[in-house]
Design a protein around this ligand. Structure first.
Ligand code: ZN
Length: 276
């Protein structure tokens, strides 16, 4: 399928035609946008340059999508709406991404970490980051006043694994007061790294802390509170607009596979309970 799409892209089919192949309501996520090729986080995220990011936005709009706020995305559920999110809270969200998006009136969500990143340093993928700077509390306040939806990304950037206890999870997801005061309603949480395999149980625990919506990268829950996202970072050094289309297809496969997987598991467990 991806091979076919690549050859279609090579013939420069219009985004509107590609749109037929793409998912109805994708949720995208990135980390930062920067022209700094020596950025210390470059080793970990293949983030787009300003030119590449603007090209992706253009491409997505030409394909007939509308970027909407989280509230609209949750409420209207109409075809062609997409949501843009940024994880980790790098300062580029305020100083690079926000100016590009606010010029175009494009809403977005920023998932910020707790004190360890806001006051740095924060460990991202085991890199004790001395170089990249994170948003300050004032930056987050500014973005919120400007209309960005502020969500939470954990007190530390640690992957929750299946053997974590409830206490471990709560220690990660309970925001400090100064941060919780800045979170937008409804509260949303983006898993650092990825959601654990037992994400439904962990979702329930995090939701009991007041987070209504969960964002990950692996699973798409059909009950509409856990969203799988596709990355705007390039997997192989190509941040071109076409990447959006490929990632969009990945999203489609992701949501279908996981909805199917969940249905199979639900059928199996209801069969087991009937047999007992
Ligand atoms: Zn992250």
């Amino acid at each position: 399928m991806l091979g076919l799409l690549r050859s279609l892209l090579a013939r420069q089919l219009s985004p509107r035609i590609l749109r037929i192949l793409l998912p109805h309501r994708p949720v995208f996520y990135g980390h930062l946008v920067s022209n700094d090729s020596n950025h210390p986080i470059r080793e970990f995220y293949n983030f787009p340059s300003v030119y590449e990011f603007e090209a992706m936005i253009e491409f997505t709009l030409e394909a007939g999508y509308r970027f909407v706020s989280l509230e609209t995305y949750l409420r209207s559920r109409s075809r062609g709406e997409c949501l843009l999110t940024f994880d980790d809270g790098f300062r580029e969200v305020r100083y690079v991404i926000h100016p590009i998006l606010s010029r175009r009136n494009i809403p977005y969500c920023a998932f910020v970490c707790g004190f360890e990143s806001i006051h740095g340093p924060c460990k991202i993928r085991n890199l004790n980051t001395q170089g990249p700077e994170f948003l300050s509390l004032d930056d987050v306040k500014y973005l919120r006043e400007e209309g960005a939806h502020i969500g939470f990304h954990g007190n530390r950037h640690d992957p929750i694994t299946s053997n974590w206890t409830s206490a471990d999870i709560l220690d990660l997801v309970r925001p400090p007061t100064a941060v919780s005061a800045l979170l937008s309603r409804p509260w949303a949480f983006a898993y650092p790294f990825r959601a654990p395999q037992n994400f439904e149980e962990v979702d329930a625990l995090i939701r009991s802390e007041g987070f209504e919506y969960l964002f990950g990268t692996e699973y798409w829950d059909s009950s509409m509170y856990h969203f799988g996202r596709v990355s705007i970072d390039a997997p192989s050094g190509n941040c071109q607009a076409e990447n959006t289309a490929l990632q969009g297809l990945r999203h489609l496969a992701l949501s279908r596979t996981n909805i199917r997987r969940m249905l199979v598991e639900r059928n199996r467990s209801s069969r087991q309970s009937r047999e007992r």
